[in-house]
Design a protein around this ligand. Structure first.
Ligand code: PEP
Ligand code: MN
Length: 482
């Protein structure tokens, strides 16, 4: 039987999919626990606990991302590279919420578009590693793989299945606090904001940033004067959560078959670029329900686990959540097209976010080809630039860092190339923290390689500190205004 939109009713994308069908596929970054019984016990628990997010929230984000794909909104996604269980602490969480909100105000000012905010938080506990072991104090030991798998201490590197359950409860506590703070007005824009521009010594930059802050403050004052402050818009915002779907046993454990919400965006139908009539919104399975990853609103597949015939994409293709795919210098055009068709066979607009992370030297060559190839398929994706992961380097002392200048260069190139290709850069994906760390060089504080040891606290990749993150938002906003 053919459905009204031309897609055969029995050809649903999840017809041969189950939450555990990934288990029959080859897998990159495999996880081999010693004690299968303990893993089973943890999974039984995960399958029993309540969802962290709902299908309604997931579809609210899906709709917002559709707007981003259509060029009507901008996406800011950011947070730690490796979230620790220890970051489940009020000050740490408050700092990150405030920073993301402040950056989003600047970006709204720059792009004149609504902002969609997604935190790399409340579950970003699993890390892909380039080597299974690493040298610590002269000894080769198993690599740290994120708090959901093992501990950072050199005596905690054995994989511990109990961490699967701990990850759930740390996510739950973090998300509970985020929701409580948002509901209690942490995002109330009437509160005075500390823009902390004291470190900016370059007079031209200081004038530029001060101008932006004054413009934002002026707009807020104006809205208050005309009574716009009575709307709840200014007092609360949406903040969605995300993490890399790397540890599939965990993702499987929190996958639930749920009724689709009423707000699901299944109409109107759209003509795809290659002429096929497609429907926005999945209808699989056909009984009004679908599979949802309830561990976070948005999940992404990393650059090391995006093989077309492997386990991670097999898992990702079956859930209703919006899916991010990291796209790097080794992503071929063929792979990219196959990935899109596999994970989003109905070409739902904004279902996929392509998170490009080529590095400043490769973006000019790679991005135009990828934009062109995706356009030909008829997929309408969110294009998001991750200017962090392609620009990692080591200092002579062997410290992993990134230069603010290189990060901004890749981001500027992404903005320029999308415009040149008549495409839309819909978002930015950053590793950041609100703490005064010294992990990336550059920015107005002028951090150099020799300064990195002052406050180098990351457990994986170097993050922008609060000043650098805000400064990047200022620079992006300024270039959007040009
Ligand atoms: C990350 O986002 O932390 C990450 C590991 O990225 P990628 O998969 O792009 O290397
Ligand atoms: Mn990282």
């Amino acid at each position: 039987m053919a459905a009204a939109n031309g897609v055969p009713a029995n050809n649903t994308k999840t017809a041969d999919w189950t939450p555990d069908s990934w288990r029959s596929k080859p897998i990159a970054q495999p996880v081999n626990y010693d004690d299968g019984a303990l893993v089973e016990q943890a999974l039984t628990k995960l399958k029993h606990v309540p969802p962290l997010v709902t299908s309604t929230e997931i579809w609210t984000l899906r709709k917002a991302l559709k707007n981003v794909a259509l060029g009507k909104a901008f996406l800011l996604q950011g947070g730690d590279c490796a979230e620790r269980f220890d970051y489940c602490h009020d000050d740490t969480i408050d700092g990150k919420i405030r920073l993301l909100l402040q950056m989003s105000l600047v970006l709204i000012w720059g792009g004149n578009k609504p902002l969609v905010r997604i935190a790399r938080m409340a579950g970003q506990y699993a890390k892909p590693r380039s080597k299974p072991t690493e040298k610590v104090d002269g000894k080769e030991i198993p690599s740290y793989r994120g708090d959901i798998l093992n501990g950072y201490g050199s005596d905690e590197r054995d994989l511990d299945p109990d961490r699967l359950v701990q990850a759930y409860f740390h996510s739950a506590a973090t998300l509970n606090y985020v929701r409580a703070q948002l509901a209690s007005g942490i995002a109330d824009l009437h509160n005075p904001m500390d823009w902390g521009l004291g470190h900016v010594t370059d007079p031209a930059l200081l004038a530029k940033y001060t101008g932006i802050v004054e413009s934002i403050s002026g707009s807020l004052r104006f809205m208050k004067t005309v009574g716009a402050d009575t709307s709840t818009q200014l007092q609360s915002v949406d903040l969605f959560t995300s993490h890399e779907a790397l540890l599939l046993a965990y993702e499987e454990g929190l996958t639930r078959k749920l009724r689709h919400p009423k707000n699901r965006d299944v109409a109107p139908t759209q003509e795809s670029a290659n002429g096929t009539s497609i429907q926005n919104g999945s209808s699989a399975p056909t009984d009004g329900s679908g599979y949802y990853n309830t561990s976070s609103h948005f999940i992404w597949i990393g650059d090391r686990t995006r093989q077309v015939d492997h386990a991670h994409l097999e898992y990702a293709r079956g859930v209703e959540n919006p899916i991010g795919i990291k796209v790097g210098p080794t992503t071929s055009v063929d792979d990219l097209v196959q990935i899109l068709d596999l994970v989003n066979p109905r070409k739902e607009i904004g279902k996929i976010t392509l998170i490009t992370r080529y590095g400043k030297d490769k973006i000019n060559d790679m991005l135009p080809k990828h934009i062109e190839a995706v356009r030909k398929t008829g997929h309408l994706v969110v294009w998001q630039c991750d200017p962090m992961h392609g620009n990692t380097r080591s200092t002579v002392e062997g410290i992993k860092t990134r230069s603010f200048q290189h990060i901004f260069e890749e981001l500027s190139a992404a903005l320029r190339i999308h415009t040149e290709c008549d495409s839309y850069l819909g978002g930015v994906h950053l590793e950041l923290t609100a703490d005064a760390v010294t992990e990336c060089t550059g920015g107005s504080e002028g951090l150099q390689d020799k300064d990195l040891s002052q406050a180098y606290h990351t457990y994986c990749d170097p993050r922008l500190n609060e000043k650098q993150a805000l400064e990047l938002a200022f620079l992006v906003a300024d270039s959007q205004q040009q």
